[in-house]
Design a protein around this ligand. Structure first.
Ligand SMILES: [Zn+2]
Length: 463
């Protein structure tokens, strides 16, 4: 009894349509049964959606092994092109069938591999199928190349910074990209920028928090500088650049610096990426100590900045920290949140018993007829005014004490933070810092904290 192997293959190499494997199995099985063959179950099935790729076909390999082992008397396929992707495969398959006396049947017409005519037919069919697959692949390649050369979007998942069409800029995400670029160029670590983004509730296209490596891929990719990459070449894209190419070159130099890629490496400069020049608006960069100046934050020379503003780094940092902690007074909940230490203090109890006793005594005196209504009214008003005044002073003192205690605990907490945590905390507590030009004064320049203007973010729930 002839044992027939059903071979099915799913591919998209014909008219862009996969011939359903169910249909292939059903049709080949009924053909085998019509011939009176015993079907080897289950069918040999390869899922091979990209026809012309050189990937292995495990079921086909199994089929060849079973033929060699003499387990197969016939092979049934839906159409000849299901069996082979390349003519060369047919050239090894035909002698194998001849050697083991294996018959080949196809639903669309039998091929007798034992005859010259049958083999020629099989070769022609194989060549036609191969050439069709080639043509399809060439067509797809050409189309992809053309799209790339026109700077078009390659499709697929939405790229970060753009809408789903890949061409329209998403204004918010573009801002995130520009802001991250600015901060890294100014000296913040990739890690602290990533942390700050996640704390601000930003997320990637997947909706998950950013990871440093992913953020770096976005910033260093060709897309954000308005280029379309294809096969190692780049073309001007149909979408606009989000950051300049020179910025990206600098970013790449910074981010590929192995010293920076070490996880957990603390950022060096507290205000980097936060402090801007009050003269030209450019970000100020940390500058190491020179013969003439101590370490400072400085506006870069043109064209990046005006190069005119410089402020001592240590004093500017101390001044900003102090003001952030002082600001605790109005935004203490948030500062405490960020620094991870709750600020709680008991409000002082007001002592107004004496004044209240006088009010009672007055009321008694009026009841006894010792004072007139007019006297009572006047005296009561004075006492009430004093009480209100005292209450307000007590409340103010209590608030100040509470705030001072909170400041102390925050100041303490601040000293416990790592460098990187400080920078991350600062980045979320401060919107921006602007340094104004120094006032021209005779004599040695002194540090003037009033040059530093801090813009605070809007916190939810802050009175
Ligand atoms: Zn400047």
């Amino acid at each position: 009894m002839t044992r027939a192997a059903l071979y099915c293959r799913i591919s998209r190499d014909r008219d862009g349509e996969a011939l359903g494997v169910e249909r292939q199995a059903t049709d080949t099985r009924s053909l085998a049964l019509r011939r009176g063959w015993t079907v080897i179950e289950p069918p040999y099935v390869d899922n091979d959606v990209s026809a012309s790729s050189g990937r292995r076909r495990p079921a086909y390999s199994r089929l060849v092994a079973d033929i060699e082992a003499g387990k197969v008397g016939a092979v049934v396929v839906y159409r000849l092109d299901r069996l082979h992707r390349r003519p060369i495969e047919l050239e090894t398959f035909m002698p194998l069938c001849e050697k083991h006396g294996v018959a080949l049947a196809s639903v669309t017409g039998d091929v007798d591999l034992a005859t010259d005519g049958g083999r020629l037919y099989a070769r022609i069919m194989g060549a036609v199928a191969a050439s069709e697959a080639d043509a399809t692949a060439t067509r797809q390649r050409r189309k992809a190349q053309e799209t790339a050369e026109n700077g078009g979007h390659h499709g697929g998942p939405r790229p970060y910074g753009f809408e789903a069409d890949g061409l329209t800029v998403s204004p918010h995400e573009a801002d995130v990209i520009r802001d991250a670029t600015r901060r890294i160029l100014a000296g913040q670590s990739l890690r602290s920028v990533t942390l700050a983004l996640n704390r601000a509730g930003e997320c990637g296209v997947s909706g998950k928090p950013f990871q440093a490596a992913r953020l770096a891929r976005i910033l260093l990719g060709p897309r954000v500088i308005g280029l379309r990459a294809h096969n190692g070449a780049t073309y001007p894209a149909q979408w606009p650049a989000l950051i300049s190419e020179t910025d990206q070159i600098e970013l790449r130099a910074i981010l590929r610096d192995p010293a920076r890629s070490m996880p957990g490496r603390p950022a060096r400069h507290l205000l980097a990426g936060l402090v801007r020049c009050g003269h030209c608006g450019a970000p100020m960069k940390w500058k190491g100590a020179t013969r003439r100046n101590r370490a400072s934050y400085a506006c870069m020379a043109p064209p990046r900045g005006c190069g005119r503003i410089l402020i001592r780094a240590d004093k500017a940092e101390a001044s900003v920290i102090e003001r952030v902690i002082e600001r605790n007074f109005s935004g203490r909940r948030r500062v405490a949140d960020v620094l991870g230490s709750p600020a709680s203090t008991e409000p002082a109890l007001p002592d107004l018993a004496a004044e209240r006793g006088r009010l009672d005594a007055l009321a008694d005196a009026y009841a006894r007829g010792d004072v007139t209504l007019e006297q009572l009214t006047r005296a009561t008003a004075a006492i009430r005014e004093r009480i209100a005044d005292t209450e307000e002073r007590i409340a103010t003192a209590a608030y100040a004490r509470a705030a001072a205690a909170a400041s102390e605990s925050l100041r303490q907490r601040w000293t416990e933070l790592t460098e990187d945590e400080r920078r991350t905390a600062l980045a979320s507590l401060v919107k921006s810092i602007t340094v104004q030009p120094a006032a021209k004064r005779p004599g040695r320049p002194t540090f003037d904290p009033s040059r530093i203007a801090i813009e605070w973010p809007d916190f939810d729930g802050e009175e």
